[in-house]
Design a protein around this ligand. Structure first.
Ligand SMILES: *[C@@H]1O[C@H](CO)[C@@H](O)[C@H](O)[C@H]1NC(C)=O
Ligand SMILES: *[C@@H]1O[C@H](CO)[C@@H](O)[C@H](O)[C@H]1NC(C)=O
Ligand SMILES: *[C@@H]1O[C@H](CO)[C@@H](O)[C@H](O)[C@H]1NC(C)=O
Ligand SMILES: *[C@@H]1O[C@H](CO)[C@@H](O)[C@H](O)[C@H]1NC(C)=O
Length: 959
């Protein structure tokens, strides 16, 4: 929990804040417009009050209401449509049919949003806040100054915007990210002993801090509101389209029966979208329809990926591919090399790095000694022959060439085309990253895209024939405080940073409970032949609290370098460890305004580049810094985590958050990146990660090796989990098609599917894949059981995915399940039909070529339904497809394909669970008898040895 320090207010804004008064209201077919004029004296709290605002209210659909409040002269930064395209404006009126209604009072101006069906219920969003006790709120403000206690009017200044909405006491809020939140998926709104949440939006290069701002910025939340009397819940969503640095606070003032959400932005406009839901999945879909739906994922992207910083050369890298094959652990993706800058950032056993390698720490190169380009070409082609892939890293910063003879073309060409970020005086902006002094592509410049595409293409032509790209360090990271400035010795490529594993920076951390002093450095849990687990329960190491600072300035001029309101950036001043806020983009745009979008814009440029380099094929990109609409271009990994049980647990809230953010292709680095892992943690983590969308084991330089074959128990656990994952591929693929077509989240919190079961609202130790698969991983060391909730309150039948046995809750919805090391609990919901691959193979491609099988678990009424979306798995834009529906009713299975994609694999067997009695006959199309077996204890009908064409409708009956 984030405990906020209580500081007494030293100064309270004395004058009564007037806020704004609404005038000149004009209604139109789609909503209304009006002006808001400053009422009373200016507040000038952290900037200059705008004297006149415009409000535009647009009913964009039945479920989306757009409320945009901006300065009438439009001087504030607004995210350009070229950067994030907006949905088309409505062409029919939804004013009388929208689920949401905009209400307002003119003076002081305040608005609130209600549901049409429930005009008298507590509003969904309500900026009228009158009834709060006047007790100071525990300090959430810089410098002890309490802002806006006097009724919380709207504040709209050039460098400070504030809007506050009331929330029902102790409601359920999800989203606002990117966050590794100590309260988990459900955010802390301060109704307990804790102080609430400050979610700061300022992209930051930092290894997954607990409760601090980090790589991505997502000003979107969903509220799930439970009505105590009806026992029914409804969800809605709120999105602020703003890229400015900001704090979003969730808090409950002392002795108040109302909670609050408060937005504090240091720029931009108040561009809000409200989504009516009314269920969690609909809210997320409605958000996706607004910012853009996720990119189609190539089928191979769902394979297992292996990566490490520390494969020192091509031979070591090849050895990993061979070792994985020898251990029969499926490997899809490369080893991908962390190419710092594009030199292959290799790892393992490298105890030091010489100056030659430092010269190679550059994007779009490969080291001529360790990774000779021609050998790399053959290696990657060999991988391709085995249906395996290769993915290198690209860092966002490029070295500045300072040596006339050491030619670095990507820089020279970029300088020539003027693609780099500048200082306010027009000179090149210099920062510092791994290769030394660097420049940064300016994605706002119209020459940058072609230059970037060409650089990636040339790299591929040089021998690094990548299948996808990993985008790192794009927050953007830079090691100078602001610009490295004039006077820096630009030819000095030494960076003040010792790589892990080098002298002076050994990797000595182990997971909680692993006693390396006693057991040695191996990470093994079998010591001298005896199985040795860790301690009984991992201590939840407490969060490093968010560093606070307060240096509010009294001047009211626009201050680009130190904006007067200090958001709670974990690095303090905004220019620390990143571009200076006055770094200048095309058109004179300060980085201050667009900082949070840098990563997303690089992802877009890279996606467009890959579409040119691999025409007709889906780009596969995994990126670190994200922003709304990143999902259109890339997936995300949960950043640099730690080899600790605590971070294993953070995987689930992290994956769930990014489902909400429309970046469903997401996963954590299995076994942990930073620090040494151990056998037990790696075993559990490989199994959990196999059930998340993006599945990669990744390790840092200098830590003990953690490829899944390093320990027998981990190898076995991985083989089992990967086989299950690959058998489920048609199901995953269908879920991702639904994500790309409708924005439906593939991975779901339990309450997404069971929204009225209030005991599920804070559950983030289990999750659902789609509607039908419940995953209950082990998240603590030294246990052989796991406590689970079986959603449905006894109305839903859950069966073990592997044994097909029914599991029944023991008390309420809870059950304790066996979970020996190497076993992850997976259950299948009733009423389901899943298309599976019958023979999971070494790669996704080989798996896809094999036959299908069908698994159904009947509901108690004997019905079940499922569907599968099938296409070639690679075309961009997607080509022909076929959706097969499977429905069971009255002992009859109907298979109906619709679409033009030819499904070449046959259906080989069918298992139907919950068939009450042994049938006498099983007939295809009413006549052909089929082979079958009935197992009474499982009530399982197995139809075997069939060769069913899924391109034709089929009917199978058991009588
Ligand atoms: C890789 O191994 C081959 C064969 O032993 C050797 O010739 C080559 O120099 C090695 N390459 C590197 C980069 O160590
Ligand atoms: C410039 O680069 C060349 C080629 O890499 C190298 O031999 C030379 O020492 C460098 N000069 C300086 C001043 O660093
Ligand atoms: C880029 O913008 C400049 C200035 O607006 C314009 O003159 C030029 O034609 C544009 N180039 C491209 C490739 O769009
Ligand atoms: C080069 O830079 C490093 C790190 O910034 C610094 O420690 C070193 O003194 C510099 N060397 C020279 C010759 O300027």
């Amino acid at each position: 929990m984030l405990i906020l320090p209580i500081l007494l207010a030293t100064t309270v804004v004395a004058s009564k804040l007037g806020g704004y008064e609404l005038q000149n209201l004009e209604r139109n077919r789609y909503g209304l417009t009006a002006t808001l004029s400053l009422a009373g004296p200016a507040c000038n709290a952290f900037g200059t009050d705008a004297s006149q605002l415009t409000i535009e209210v647009t009913y964009e659909s039945t479920s989306r209401l757009h409320v945009n409040i901006f300065d009438t002269p439009r001087e504030q930064f607004t995210i350009p449509e070229e950067v994030i395209s907006r949905p088309p404006r409505p062409t029919t009126s939804f004013v009388d049919s929208s689920d949401l209604i905009f209400n307002y009072e003119p003076s002081p101006f305040a608005f609130w949003i209600t549901r049409r069906t429930e005009p008298d219920s507590v509003p969904l969003f309500d900026t009228r806040i009158r009834s709060l006790p006047s007790t100071p709120i525990p300090d959430l403000t810089p410098n002890g100054t309490l802002i806006n206690l006097d009724g919380f009017p709207l504040v709209f200044e050039d460098q400070f915007l504030q809007l506050t909405s009331a929330l029902p006491f102790d409601t359920n809020i999800y989203g606002l990210g990117e966050a590794v939140s100590s309260s988990g998926f459900r955010r802390d709104i301060g109704t307990g002993a804790t102080g609430g949440t400050i979610q700061t939006m300022w992209a930051r290069n930092i290894a997954d801090p607990v409760d601090g701002n980090m790589y991505g910025s997502h000003p979107f939340y969903m509220e799930h509101r439970f009505n105590d009397s009806t026992r029914i819940s409804q969800s809605h969503g709120v999105f602020l389209m703003n890229s400015a640095g900001s704090d979003i606070l969730l808090l409950t003032p002392p002795s108040s029966n109302v909670s609050l959400i408060q937005y504090r932005m240091i720029g931009g406009v108040m561009d809000f979208y409200f989504f009516s839901g009314p269920d969690p999945k609909s809210v997320i879909e409605q958000y996706g329809a607004t910012i853009g739906l996720p990119a189609w994922v190539p089928a191979w992207g769902f394979g297992f990926h292996l990566c490490r910083w520390g494969y020192p050369d091509i031979n070591e890298t090849k050895a990993q591919v061979d070792n994985m094959r020898a251990a029969n652990i499926p490997l899809e993706g490369k080893p991908s090399f962390r190419v710092i800058g594009l030199f292959l950032k290799i790892w393992r056993k490298v105890q030091w790095q010489d100056i030659d390698i430092y010269h190679a720490l550059r994007d779009f190169t490969s080291d001529p000694v360790s990774f000779p380009a021609e050998e790399m070409r053959s290696f990657i082609r060999e991988l391709a022959l085995n249906n395996q892939k290769y993915i290198p890293i690209v860092d966002a910063a490029l070295p500045k060439q300072t040596n006339k003879t050491d030619i670095y073309n990507p820089y020279l060409k970029g300088a020539d085309l003027d693609v780099f970020v500048k200082n306010p005086d027009g000179s090149e902006y210099i920062g510092q990253v791994w290769p030394g002094y660097t420049v940064f592509p300016d994605w706002f410049r119209n020459t940058t895209q072609d230059w970037w595409t060409e650089a990636l293409l040339n790299w591929s032509l040089s021998g690094i024939e990548f299948s996808g790209i990993w985008l790192d360090m794009n927050e953007i990271a830079s090691f100078c405080t602001g610009s490295c400035g004039t006077g820096a010795n630009l030819s000095n490529t030494t960076v003040d940073h010792i790589f892990p594993g080098n002298p002076g920076n050994p990797v000595i951390d182990y997971p909680e409970c692993y006693d390396s002093a006693v057991w040695g450095p191996s990470g093994n849990i079998s010591i001298n032949g005896t199985l040795t687990f860790g301690c009984d329960s991992a201590p939840l190491s407490s969060s490093s609290a968010v560093p606070r600072r307060s240096f509010a300035e009294s001047n009211t001029d626009i201050d680009v370098n130190t904006p007067p309101y200090a958001i709670h950036n974990g690095f303090g001043p905004l220019s620390n460890m990143t571009l200076a806020t006055n770094a200048t983009h095309a058109g004179g745009l300060f980085d201050l305004e667009v900082h949070n979008m840098y990563g997303m814009m690089e992802e877009k440029a890279t996606h467009l580049a890959l579409q040119k380099i691999h025409p007709g094929k889906r780009p596969f990109i995994i990126a670190r810094s994200t922003f709304p609409s990143t999902g259109k271009w890339a997936g995300h990994w949960l950043g640099d985590n730690f080899s600790r049980w605590q971070y294993l647990r953070f995987t689930i809230p992290g994956v769930l958050q990014f489902q909400m953010f429309q970046i469903p292709l997401v996963g954590a680095d299995a076994c942990g990146v930073d620090g040494n892992t151990d056998e037990e943690l790696c075993n559990r983590w490989m199994q959990l990660a196999a059930f998340t969308p993006f599945f990669r084991n990744h390790n840092e330089r200098g830590a003990i090796s953690q490829e899944p074959y390093r320990w027998d128990s981990v190898a076995e656990a991985s083989r089992t989990a990967i086989a299950t994952r690959y058998s489920l591929l048609p199901y995953w693929y269908t879920l991702f098609a639904n994500a790309s077509i409708h924005g439906t989240p593939p991975v779901r919190a339990l309450f997404f599917e069971f929204p009225d079961e209030s005991e599920l609202f804070s559950v983030d130790t289990q999750f659902l894949i789609g509607r039908d698969i419940l995953v209950t991983p082990v998240l603590f060391p030294n246990v052989s059981t796991v406590d689970a909730i079986l959603p449905g309150r006894g109305e839903v039948v859950w069966r073990d995915f592997y044994t097909h046995e029914i599991v029944s809750p023991t008390t309420g919805s809870s059950i304790t399940l066996p979970a020996p090391l190497g076993h992850i609990n997976v259950h299948i919901r009733d009423g389901s039909v899943l298309l599976l691959h019958a023979e999971p193979a070494y790669t996704i491609e080989e798996t896809r070529q094999g036959p299908f099988s069908l698994l159904s678990s009947l509901a108690t009424n004997g019905q079940a339904f499922g569907s599968a979306f099938i296409d070639d798995g690679v075309s961009d834009p997607p080509g022909d497809n076929t959706t097969i529906t499977f429905s069971i009713n009255n002992n009859t299975l109907h298979i109906n394909p619709v679409g033009s994609f030819r499904v070449s694999q046959m259906l080989q067997d069918i298992n139907v669970l919950g068939v009450a009695n042994a049938p006498e006959h099983v007939l295809l199309q009413g006549q052909t008898p089929l082979n079958w077996v009935y197992l009474g204890n499982l009530r399982r009908l197995s139809i075997t040895n069939i060769t069913l064409d899924l391109n034709e409708p089929q009917v199978i009956q058991w009588i």
